[in-house]
Design a protein around this ligand. Structure first.
Ligand SMILES: Cc1ncc(C[n+]2csc(CCOP(=O)(O)OP(=O)(O)O)c2C)c(N)n1
Ligand code: SF4
Ligand SMILES: [Mg+2]
Length: 300
């Protein structure tokens, strides 16, 4: 068996002084990501919190090359970077998009679908923190049902279900797509390694802790991320050419409340008279899990 510390970052590729909030998922994500992808990587970054965290040139946060691009066009920009590297014979250099959920589910959606359909040789990473955090916590189509944002305040909490981006991207028949969590770092690192090695369009969806947006304590980020997986609110699975595989089966039933109650954006759901909404969220979560199991059992 390999030593337990095999998943520690052996060589730091992120410089000190990052501009993220305490407990931010982006920060931990890029530390692990860059330690696997290596210095040669070209990161393509559409508008998001990471545009700020990455730092202004020449004070880049990451070792590697960072290309900032417009919100709607990261996969198109990455397509151009890939073509240019290929023309120079640099086929081994990874081109990785680092995008938020707003840039993925909404504003960059057409560009994402286009690049996936063309089978571009790109690794697309979505840090899904469930809202437009960088501009002040506006609702995206990834925002969970029941959450409060600045565009869905108080009684107008979000009353639609998040888009099934994984289902949509899987239907493009791409070679590799997976969900991953910073609370399951072994699984996360294995998936990044696998996604690095596969050729063609690959997508990783990471559950992104965000204390200001989720109204949570910074030291609870990993606990909340772990509970999101244990409650099945954020299941861990992979899809290869439309074949599904669940990577983690929670050993016991943990109700969704356990994860939601640590986040102030759901505080109103714990007041008298809101039990029905929690039950709806539980039912939707159960249904999604059953659907995943069915897709897995119908896979090769
Ligand atoms: C076309 C366009 N519209 C709006 C903006 C303003 N803007 C910059 S970052 C951002 C939020 C990004 O949200 P998301 O993609 O979820 O990333 P996060 O900030 O949550 O990391 C917005 C709305 C922009 N830069 N370009
Ligand atoms: S607002 Fe959220 S996503 Fe943005 S830097 Fe702060 S913790 Fe990270
Ligand atoms: Mg976001």
């Amino acid at each position: 068996m390999e030593p337990a510390n095999q998943f520690l970052i052996k060589e730091e590729k992120v410089y000190s002084g990052a501009l993220s909030c305490r407990g931010c998922g982006w920060a931990l994500l890029v530390r692990h990501l860059s330690s696997i992808l290596g210095d040669e990587t070209v990161y393509v970054v559409p508008a998001s919190c990471f545009s700020i965290i990455a730092g202004p040139y020449p004070m880049n946060e990451l070792r590697g090359t960072i290309v900032h691009t417009v919100f709607a066009a990261a996969p198109a920009t990455a397509t151009g970077v890939r073509a240019s590297l290929d023309r120079q014979g640099k086929k081994d250099v990874t081109v990785a998009v680092l995008a938020g959920d707003g840039g993925t589910f909404d504003i960059g959606f057409q560009s994402l679908s286009g690049a996936a359909t063309r089978g571009e040789n790109i690794l697309y990473i979505c840090n899904n923190n469930g809202a437009y955090m960088n501009t002040g916590i506006q609702t995206s189509t990834a925002t969970p049902y029941g959450a409060i944002t600045t565009t869905n305040p108080s009684a107008n909490y979000k009353k639609t279900w998040p888009k099934d981006l994984m289902g949509i991207i899987a239907s493009h028949n791409i070679p590799y797509a997976a969900t991953a969590s910073l609370a399951f770092i072994e699984d996360f690192r294995n998936k990044v390694q696998k996604a690095k090695e596969v050729e063609g369009f690959r997508l990783l969806m990471i559950d992104g802790p965000c204390p200001p947006g989720h109204k949570s304590e910074p030291d609870q980020s990993i606990t909340i991320a772990r509970l999101a997986v244990e409650t099945r609110l954020f299941p861990l699975f992979e899809v290869e050419h439309m074949n599904y595989r669940i990577n983690y089966n929670p050993k016991e039933f943990v109700p969704v409340e356990e994860c939601l109650k640590l986040q102030g954006r759901f505080r109103h759901l714990f007041k008298n008279g809101s039990k029905e909404i929690l039950e709806e969220i539980q039912q939707h979560t159960n249904n999604y899990w059953e659907r995943l199991r069915m897709l897995e059992s119908n896979s090769n």
